[in-house]
Every structure is written in structure tokens, then in C-alpha cells.
Write a protein that binds this ligand. Sequence first.
Ligand code: ZN
Length: 561
Amino acid sequence: LPYSRVELDAFRASMEGITERIRNAACTADILNAREDYLRLYSEYHTMSALAYMRYSVNTADEFYSAENDYYDEAGPAVHSLIADYAAALLDSPFRAELERELSPLLFRSMELQRKAISPVIVDDMVEENRLISEYSKLMAGMEFDFHGEKLPRPALLGYLKDSDRTTRREAMECLGTTLEKNSAELDRIFDALVHVRDRMAKKLGYDNFIELGYCRMNRLCYGRQEVAEFRQNVLRDIVPAVSALRTENAKRMGIEDYKLYDNEVLIPGGDPRPCGKDGIFAAAREMYHAMSQETGEFIDMMLENEAFDVDSRKNKWGGGYCTEFVKYRQPFILANFDGTAGDVDVVTHEAGHALNAWLIADNRFALELDCGGMETAETHSMSMEFFAWPYMDKFFGEDAGRYEFMHLLDALSFLPYGTIVDDFQRQVYENPDWTPEERKAAWRKLEAEFRPHITFDGIPYLEEGTRWQYQMHIYETPFYYIDYCLAQTAALQFLLESRKDYAEAFARYVRFLSQGGEKVFTDLLEEAGLRSPFQAGALQAVAQESEALLRQLEAKLDQP
Ligand code: ZN
């Protein structure tokens, strides 16, 4: 894929020209033409910056792409401000009503929301917020954990929480707690400063507190605090009792009577099933997508022929994982670091779900401006694909397919109470910006007792005080982001349950959901797919009951030799 740098000066001149044409337009057609020019320009910028980042991440020692990537990091704020001016010209245009009819009212609502989240009066506060976030990221990344004679970074330590030996898990969590405790003054100071700077920005923009501003930033077009409050009640009423009963029984099966926080990552006796290796995973993925449908077959062939996966762990490669796309070339790309665990399979299910969506919506009229919709919609695409892959799990896990399905479903269900805690904790914190660290910890303890009553924290140093949130990075770095995963999970679970009744029909509804991402809001997409909105009272009752029944079926098979 050819790369050439998008020079900021030329980009600025073109953007200013486009914005001027919109401001001085004599008719709607002039504006629509200017928008076409904007789309071409932005597609180029989007593609080139994504290519630079990809080539940097596959080899961080590559001097050329490392410098290119730094260049886009630096150009980013100026580019976004030019785009904000362009959006403002559209929003304030005397032809707006006609434009909304010609284009999409959704596009205008989205631009409006973005404008509500930003203003010159909060620029200094935004800089301060970013500085604090970096401070937290650096603190967490630099934290070393002395464990069994080794100095481990946090992800490696957290890996021990999956160990089948309970003593190892307890010791790993004790190590986590005591190390966090040594940094507790810093962790509290940074969070307190973040809460106050966010509260200040919200008040400068005329909001009561940060919550509404946080929602604008997340570009939420179809739900607000009321809807999320309803969702929280649904989780509490229907999901919590089911999860608590299932997890308690499951722990007993593993000989655990006093379920502790360090038992929570272990879902299955004998440890997580392991998939076949890399070649096996890709062969299985090709077979699976061909069996699913004609379009998914074409999709996987395209991905493999174009070498759109980079999954080997190697020196100088960035350690995480992502799915991105190069819009100009209609090419999705997936980066991962295979480590032999069940997580490797997520690369060809979860990440490939994102990639399939990007590929299917490449020709949508508003794909560049509205992407695939909100985060909750994007995660519905990927989390649902994980479940649509179930009938093919024997290709990845052989005889352990049933064990994998049990683990996957129990994990998915258990996530809902936890994710809700993370969200509601933030709501309470931003409603009470002057809380002391002690009051925040007390709020977390109360939420844990309510949403995860089966787990005890007693005797776990520091974490028993109510500090589990201090290593949940989203709470510091991306406020109010977490609930999106929960909402997506409820949609994905519904797709799973529907697929057990009529796979072909459920899959067709899923593809339709995928293909319209961004063109419609989440709640409308759900309705069209015949799924219940998680915001309706009682919406999760059937999900809880049917998931529990399915888990019991899978569980019965587990015990068979
Ligand atoms: Zn995802």
C-alpha cells in the first residue's frame, strides 16, 4: 500500500478553502461539493496516518515510520481543530435544514455533540487533563512487581491470577495490593486532580457536573443517564443473582468455599483450554468463515491474501493488539501478539468482527464521518462474532470446544456486574467531585457488595479497602467508556441465544446490523435486529434465564469423561 506524508501546510490550506466555500455558499449544491472535497482530503489523511502508525507498531525500531508517526501525533491537534471549523461551518449554515435532508440528520447531531464537548475556554484544562493521564499511565507502566524473585510488569503479574494453583493466585494478588499501596498517595492525588479538572471543564461549559460532558465526548446519540440508570437496575435485578449463583457453584466445584477476588479469573477446573497453534488457527478461521456465508468467505480470503494479519510476537513490535483500516485502500488490518492462550482465537473472531464491519461499510455514505457508530455498536460487532464462531470451536480447540464455550459464556455474563460497578462508580465520583479518597473507596466497597456479593476481599492487602478501581485504567484515562462494553455484551448474548434457535436467521440479522453501522443509532439497530434494548425495564430477564440454562447444558457435558 503506497504511503506518502500528508503535509500539514497543504492540508490546512485545502481545509480552510473548503470551510470558506461552505461559509460563502450560494446554494446547497455548493456545500455538497465542498463536502466531497473534504471527504477525499480526510480519507487521505486518515489512511496515511493509519499506515504510518501500523508500520511503526510492527517495528518500533523503524526510523522512517517512527518519525512519520511522531509527525502525525504532533499534527493531530491542528488537524482536529481544522475539522472542527469545517463542522461549525456546516452546523451554522443557513442551508442547514436542506443539508440535513440531503445528508443525514444523524451526521448533524453527531457534529453538534462534538461541538458541545469542546471550547477555547477549556483548552488549558484539556492540556492539564492529558498531562495527568500521562502521569498515571507512566506510573502504572513503570510499576514493578516483586514476585517470586522476579521483577514483573503489571500484565505479567496479572497473568498469575489465572494460575490453577490457588496459593500462587493469592500471592500474586497480595503482591499487586502491597505494590499499589506503596503508590497510594500518588494514585489518589492524580485521580483527585483528574476529577477536579474534569468537573471544572464541565462547569465552564455550563453543565452541572462532568457526567453530561463525558457523555458528549463519547458521542452518545441515543441514550443518556436515565437509560444507563435503567440498565443498571436490569443488571442488579436479573444478572447479579444468576452470576452469583453460577460463580459460587463453579468455585465449589473447584474446592473453593470462600470465594476471593483472586479466584475470579479462574472459570474452569483444570485451567483454560488452549487452542491449536497459529497455522491451525488460521486454517480453522478460513474454514469457518467460508462455512458461515459467502461474504464472510470472501472477507477472510481477502484478509489472508493481502497479509492483513500480523500476529507473531517479536522484538521491537508493539505489545498490544488492534484492528485498524486504511480507508482509501478499503483494507482492514489486525495486529496481535499470539501467546498460545485462548486469547489468540479472539484475534480471528473478535478483531475479525471489527474488520468485517470496516470492510462491509467501506461504501456507506457516512462511513468516514460517522465511522461504524458509537463504541457500544462497534463492540457489538466484535463480541457477537465471538459467539457466532461457536459452532466452529472444535476446529480451534478440538475436544476442549465445550470447555471453551462454558468458559466464554460464564466470563461474558460475569463481566456485566463488574462493568456496571465501573460505570456507576464514575457516576458517583463525578456527582460528588469533592469526595475524599476514603469516601471514594467506601463507594467502591458498597458497589462490590451490591453487584458482586459472591466475592470477598477480606485479608487482601490494600484491595480490601476498596481500591480495585485504581488499576482499571479506563477510570483514569477514558471516563464513561466502560459501559459500552456492557451494552455490547447484552446485544452479543442475545445474538448467541438467537443463533442457538435459528443460526442462519440470526446470522443474517447480524450482517444487517453490521452493514448499517453508523447509518443508524444503536437502539434503532437493535430494534431492527429484533433484539431488546438493554435500557428497557426487564430487558435482561430472558438473557439471564436463557444464558443460565445454556451454561447448565454446557456444564453437564463438562463432567462427562
Ligand atoms: Zn473490540
